[in-house]
Design a protein around this ligand. Structure first.
Ligand code: UDP
Length: 329
């Protein structure tokens, strides 16, 4: 049993993490400023409201309880927004992370699993992106996450901090049986937008770009279920028990699906039509992002359960059709 602090545990991936760890018998504390997360999504463990930019609040948090490990999901994570407002991204994602690491250091907490992203790689130069792929982010979001990765590597060398960076490709899906799913107040992600359009809630879907160099001209992404991401974090925590140093793994399904593939699959799953229009490309979007997760499978023994797109979308569909009361935003 570990005592785990989940920063950003009221958010989409963090809430699935809290559910997963609780089911495994760990004790969870959530630290979240509720800027994009939901109080109602914290159904496992105690919620401490606070902000990573508030160093005094962090000191109080760590002084009050002994944590064995930290999982850090509290970040801004929208590519387009990061292009428009880079200061917000560097402040939250870099300064916030340094504050957290300093609080951990002053209370001798030496293990952290860090939410990173495929956006650190920039434009892919190979069909599958593995951990050795060049890291040249093309937007401030990716750059802010890459800076945090670098800080973790420096902290391993200087202070002996143990860390695992997990670079998610496209987190997707939900756990409707546990009342959690993707519920952003201002939704920009593809699958929720597709489902909302099918339900007649979000207007017609905009397909951003139809002239990419991909088989059907729309962007290709690698969709990985949030529960599988949670599994990888739990394995990363165990890995740090035996491995010092800073480590990083790419997490995806290894299969690319275009925006039009997602629309077709959502139509098949829901039995509804998804009304859509072609729109301009969105700033900062690479044409194709597909992971090689061979290292996570080999080293962490990660075994994704949700390997097909249809069940991933189906879980999201069941959540969107009957979200918990707090998700109706
Ligand atoms: N996308 C789209 N319409 C939408 C939302 C997203 O065409 O309403 C496209 C977006 O341009 C990208 C892909 O879907 O090519 C996945 O975008 P999302 O925001 O879900 O994730 P990202 O890849 O940016 O992390």
């Amino acid at each position: 049993m570990h005592d785990v602090l989940i920063c950003g545990g009221a958010g989409y991936i963090g809430s699935h993490m809290a559910q997963y760890l609780s089911e495994q018998g760990h004790r969870v504390t959530v630290f979240d400023n509720l800027s994009t997360g939901h109080r109602g999504a914290v159904a496992w463990g105690e919620l401490v409201e606070g902000d990573l930019l508030d160093a005094a609040a962090l000191q109080r948090l760590f002084a009050g309880r002994r944590f064995d490990a930290v999982m850090h999901f509290a970040a801004r994570s929208l590519v387009g927004e990061s292009v428009r407002d880079p200061y917000a991204y560097y402040t939250n994602n870099v300064t916030g992370t340094v504050n957290l690491l300093q609080a951990m250091r002053s209370h001798d907490v030496e293990r952290i699993v860090f939410s990173s992203t495929a956006a650190i790689f920039g434009e892919p130069c190979s069909a599958l992106i593995d951990e050795d792929h060049p890291k040249q982010p093309i937007n401030p979001y990716g750059a802010s996450k890459l800076m945090a990765e670098r800080i973790l590597a420096d902290a391993a060398a200087a202070y002996g901090l143990r860390s695992v960076c997990l670079r998610y490709f496209n987190a997707a899906g939900a756990l409707p049986q546990h009342g959690i799913g993707e519920a952003h107040v201002c939704e920009t992600h593809l699958i929720p937008n597709v489902l909302r359009s099918a339900l007649g809630q979000g207007g017609r879907l905009k397909v951003f770009g139809s002239d990419y160099e991909t088989p059907d001209g729309t962007c290709v992404r690698d969709y990985v279920h949030v529960q599988d991401l949670a599994q990888a974090h739990a394995l990363a925590m165990d890995y740090m028990d035996v491995q010092p140093g800073a480590h990083a793994f790419n997490l995806g399904n290894g299969q690319g699906f275009s925006v039009l593939d997602v629309i077709k699959t959502a139509e098949a799953v829901s039995g509804l039509r998804v009304p859509y229009d072609a729109a301009e490309r969105r700033a900062g979007d690479p044409a194709r992002l597909v992971a090689s997760s061979a290292r996570a499978r080999r080293v962490l023994k990660w075994q994704p359960v949700w390997t097909e797109l249809a069940p991933i979308i189906e879980s999201a569909w069941r959540w969107h059709n009957a979200p918990a009361a707090w998700g109706k935003v």
